[in-house]
Write a protein that binds this ligand. Structure first.
Ligand SMILES: Nc1ncnc2c1ncn2[C@@H]1O[C@H](COP(=O)(O)OP(=O)(O)O)[C@@H](O)[C@H]1O
Ligand SMILES: [Mg+2]
Length: 371
């Protein structure tokens, strides 16, 4: 061995509702990262946005150990149980003296790590804010840059951009909280006229299906809007695609990205909601979908076109809603679920990249982009 190992700060937690999911992804990265090449440490951001900087290499986790326990946070499954009772994500507990506000963290971070490996999903992690912070700090980071992260996070802007490129997306309307507060009748009328009675109402810039509702008739719309506005000041109402299959394609690379074969998610719930995503047995993730090759080719082309349109880098997962006669691009995740059993790593594995090799590749892509 020559030289020291590259110091990789695995970013975990964050201020979003996907805090617990993020820790699960970070744990998977910590377990699989190639320790011959890299020296991993954990940069933990708690629910209030305080940073805990690494003071040493992260320990190797044993079979019975979990990163969530080590950090004093909850697991996604525990969060599901709590959400059934409260419908709101609580701050993770943290009795830590070493926690720093973001502005103090920037000074020390540059000394502690060489490359940031981001496993922070949702707002303040996947939306370009953390990426901008790392740009300012001069620290290379995995995945998409500021612009692509922000565009992919905002379901309204993303759909408008797709439409601008002639790419297929479902019809939508969107509203600010102020409009909903001031003129609710106007909002309901606009949905009735442009979308119709059956819709899906979502916070515009969240993830993991938090705050989403399926609306069957207009009477149910106000409650769905109230719920979504509880999570975001901007809400999107999409026309509901009946009986759609959910197919997903991972994309990997910077200027010359490759695309993985489509996979499929099947959920036992009306839609792929938070519980279905994180409670074992409620959904199945098939890394390779059983579809005909024409459709596979079409989806792969759409995934690459979407990736280029938002100017993504590193990785993204492009999700589709597919009916018998149409394929819609539903959304792009620039920080897709990243445990060893998540869709993206499983697709990479089928393409010949082990989870460990995938992590190494993403670190190389981060360095490439930095140069
Ligand atoms: N327009 C739609 N028609 C039918 N189902 C939808 C639609 N939009 C979302 N869904 C369902 O809701 C789930 C979550 O929506 P999505 O837009 O992917 O939000 P998130 O960013 O929270 O994952 C999807 O996986 C799908 O099951
Ligand atoms: Mg989704």
């Amino acid at each position: 061995m020559t030289g020291r190992r590259l110091r990789i700060g695995i970013f975990a937690g964050g201020r979003s509702a996907e805090h617990e999911v993020s820790i699960a992804s970070a744990e998977a990265v910590l377990r699989a990262i190639d320790r011959d090449r890299f020296e991993p440490s954990i940069v933990y951001i708690d629910r209030e946005g305080r940073w805990r900087l690494p003071t040493a290499e992260a320990p190797r986790l044993g079979a019975g150990e979990s990163l969530a326990r080590l950090l004093g946070a909850a697991t996604p499954a525990e969060e599901v149980v709590r959400l059934r009772e409260h419908d709101d994500h609580l701050p993770a507990s943290l009795g830590d003296q070493g926690a720093l506000a973001a502005r103090s963290a920037v000074r020390s971070l540059g000394d502690a790590i060489d490359v940031a490996f981001l496993a922070v999903h949702g707002p303040y992690g996947e939306d370009g804010t953390l990426q901008g912070f790392l740009e300012l700090a001069g620290i290379p980071y995995s995945g998409a840059g500021v612009l692509a992260s922000a565009v992919a996070m905002d379901k309204v802007v993303f759909k408008d951009l797709m439409r601008g490129h002639g790419l297929p997306v479902v019809d939508h309307a969107w509203f600010r909280r102020s409009a909903w507060t001031r003129e609710p009748e106007h909002v309901v009328r606009e949905v009735a006229e442009t979308i119709g009675p059956r819709s899906i109402v979502k916070p515009a810039r969240l993830g993991s299906s938090v705050g989403m509702s399926l609306v069957d008739d207009l009477d149910a719309l106000p409650a769905a809007l109230d719920r979504a506005f509880g999570h975001d000041s901007k809400v999107i109402v999409e026309s509901y695609v009946e009986g759609a299959r959910e197919l997903e394609c991972g994309v990997l690379g910077n200027d010359d990205p490759i695309v993985f074969e489509p996979g499929e998610v099947r959920s036992t719930h009306a839609f792929y909601d938070y519980e279905a995503k994180y409670v074992e047995g409620l959904a199945t993730v098939e890394a390779r979908a059983d579809i005909d090759s024409d459709l596979a080719v079409q989806l792969k082309e759409l995934a690459l076109a979407a990736y280029r349109a938002v100017d993504a880098a590193g990785l993204a997962r492009v999700d589709f809603l597919v009916t018998a006669d149409q394929a819609f691009i539903s959304e792009m995740n620039t920080l897709p679920g990243f445990t060893a059993t998540s869709m993206y790593p499983k697709q990479a594995e089928l393409a010949g990249l082990s989870f460990t090799a995938l992590i190494s590749r993403l670190i190389e892509l981060a360095q490439e982009r930095d140069r």
